[in-house]
Each structure stands twice: as C-alpha cells, then as structure tokens.
Design a protein around this ligand. Sequence first.
Ligand code: SF4
Length: 471
Amino acid sequence: MNSPSMSFQQRVSHALADGQLRIALDRTTERFTSNRVAGLASLPDADAVRDCARSIRLHTLSKLDDYLEQFEANVTSVGGQVHWASDAQEANEIVLDLARSRSVKRVVKSKSMVSEETELNQALISGGLDVVESDLGEYIIQLAGETPSHIIAPAVHKTREQVGQLLADKLGVPMTDDPVEMTATARSALRDVFLQSEMGISGVNFGVASTGSLAIVTNEGNASLTVTAPRIHVAMMGIERIVPTLDDLAVMLLVLARSATGQKLTVYTDLLTGPRRGDPDGPEELHVVLLDNGRSRLIGTEVSEVLACIRCGACLNACPVYQQIGGHAYGSVYSGPIGAVLTPSLDREGPWHVLPEASSLCGACREVCPVRIDIPRMLLALRAETVHSGKGNRWVRVGFWLYRIAATKPWLFRCGVSVVRQLTKMFFVNGWLLRLPSPLPSWTRSREFPVIASRTFSEEMRDREKGSGDE
Ligand code: SF4
C-alpha cells in the first residue's frame, strides 16, 4: 500500500477496493468520534480550554528558539543530554552512534511518530540492532511488516480478526479474535523484551521548557517500561513539541486524550525529568534527540500553524476522505487532514503536492481540532502554491484556461453554453447525465451530473426586465 512506485490515485483505488479496510475504519473512526464528543462534554467550558490550548501553542511557536534553549539548559541541568538533528538521517545517526558506543544489541521502543518520520527502525536494524515495538498497535504492524495508518492508532486499518490471524501466524498461538486474549499474548511476548533491552526509545508528547521534563502519554504503560527498564533512554522529539511550563502542560493534557479517544486522561502519563539520580529505577542515561527536518523553515509561512498540532488524531477520525481511504493511501507517515498539510510542507521535494487535494474542504477537521488549527485554509494555500509552481493537474489547467477565455467574452460564453446544453440533452436520463465523456467519466462514476438548465440565469433576467419594461 505504501509503495513509492504507486501514485496517490492508485493507492486510493486500492484502498477503496479493500472491504476489510472499510470494516476496520468504520468500527474505529465512528467510535473515536463519538467518544470525543462525550469526552469534551465532560470538560467544563471546553471551548475556553481549547482557546487557551491554542494560545499556548501559538505563543510557544512565536518564541520557539527561546523555549528550545531553555529546554536544553534544563534537560542538561538535570543530567540529560540534548542532541540537535537537522534532518532524518542525522537523527538516525545520532541514535545509532549512541547504541554502538554503548554496545547496545537490543532496543525496545514505545510509540514515536518522529521515529517513523526518520525511519529509525530501518536504520537501526540495518546497523545490526534488534528493535522491537512495544505499543500494541505498533507491535502488530511491525509483525505485519507494515507502517502506521493513524497517528494514535497505528493498526487501525486491521480488523480484530486479521490481528488474531497475524498473531497466530507469527507467534504460533491459537487463532482468536478476542482483544483481551490477543493483548495477553502480546504482553507476554513483550515482557522479556523490556527486561533484555539495553536501550529504550520513546516519542515525546510534550517537552516542558521550564523543567526539562518529558511528558509521554500511553494507554498501555509500555512507555513507563521503555523508559525505566533499559539502562539508556533516547527520546525522539520534534522541535515544535515544547510547552513553556507544567501549568501549560496541564492544559494540553485536558484536551489531548479527550480529542484522541474521549478519555479524560490517558491511562498512563509519564513525566521524565532527567536520568535516575539516586532513584531505585529509571535510566542511567537520558538523551533527547530534537528533530528539525524542515520544521523551522515553516515558521512565519502560511502553514506555520501546522506546528501547533498536538497529534491527537481527531481530524483524521472526522475527515470524510480519511474515513474512506484510511492512512496508507496518503503514502506518508502523517495521514489525514493534518498529514495533507504537514507532509508536503516538511518535504518540499517529495511527490506530495497532490495530498492537499484529498479534502472536500468541509471544515470537519478545523471543527474538531483541540487547538483550532485552520487546516482548510492551509490546504487552499498549498493548492495555490501547486498551481503557481506548474505542478497542478494538466486537465484542470487546460479547463481553467478555456474557461477564462470564454468567461471574458460574453458572446463566446453564450455560444459555449448553448452547444453544451444541446450536447447534454442528447445523453440525459430524467434530467441527469449518467456518464460524462472522457476525460471526465471519473466524476460520474460515483454520482450523476445535472443537465444544464434550459434557460440561463442571464436569459431569465433579461426576459423579466423586458416584461417589466413592457408593463
Ligand atoms: S491538527 Fe488538530 S485535530 Fe489534527 S491531529 Fe493535530 S491537534 Fe489533532
């Protein structure tokens, strides 16, 4: 599904033809969406909290360099080390060097979208390391040799029946589609991995500038074990994931889980401040890899607001396009409405200019976003950029070029309307065209096209004016 050789249209066709995917997406996106509504209803004055969360994120981005320096100073003051990575390759090399120089053989990971972005697993495995994902969804897709299809639910594209079969095939356990039994199977397979790994790698939901703390939220407790069991911990974090203070973090946590799964809080919220310092557990070494990878370039641009995202996934669940095609069709790590902005913005050279088209601009993403990111506005800005750069669809370009000629010459426009009206009359059924001629048949594949009205608006108005003049 993620093959780089497939075009976006091919991946979409593939997804639409997948009946199992439709079942899996329906089950999950509907549940997440209704849970979110209930979750926010449990928060007094949720709109005000969302406004507050938005202003914290935008304020942080407006002074990001200051907060990053403060964060680095505080991580260092509590015994951690900060590593700056300008791109994915540098980030992976930093982690690989840390592992090699400390004779690490086995790595356990908790969920990290930044590490998916840098393709860290592939880099570590090529470097001879054994890497195991401990988030249940990530573990499932690692067994399946796939990539995540949702920001917070990586295996959302799989039905529980498919997961049961996968576990049976890969782990030799009896087939079951009972989620409790499947979780117990994964749990027992992973327990030894935590104990045997020398290095743990996690993502970071928020880094707190005033204390140098790392906030990591999970529902399975796997981040707690990833952080505390191995002797070295590496946290992968995008540079934008900073909040100024612990009070600001508290506001973010009020809306994060509610928007993601409808929970008031995730089951586990880990706050890691430095490595162990006389504590009975915790890592001996703490490293934070701060990844730029195109983010700093976005500040001050039309799409800078995308950096305010707190990766709750609500916009994916609400998006009518994502609900149909799932995450893999986007072809990138970040999918759905936020991915359609983030991916082409971060990777200017990649084949992503088509992603902003994957939206009906209905505004559902903006409606549900806990920090009120105006995704439709940015999608339009990216579409405009694509048109100006000449990368847009050739047929659309030709169509608008013809329309401009006709629309600026009234006599030509009238002639054109009359010719098209006569043509459509030849093919309509009950006032609708069932199939448009090439190159437009895709439009009528899933809906009908109305026949052009027998009289245009201008003709009607002219007749009316004539009639009232005669009176
Ligand atoms: S854009 Fe908003 S809704 Fe979408 S993942 Fe980010 S924070 Fe959540």
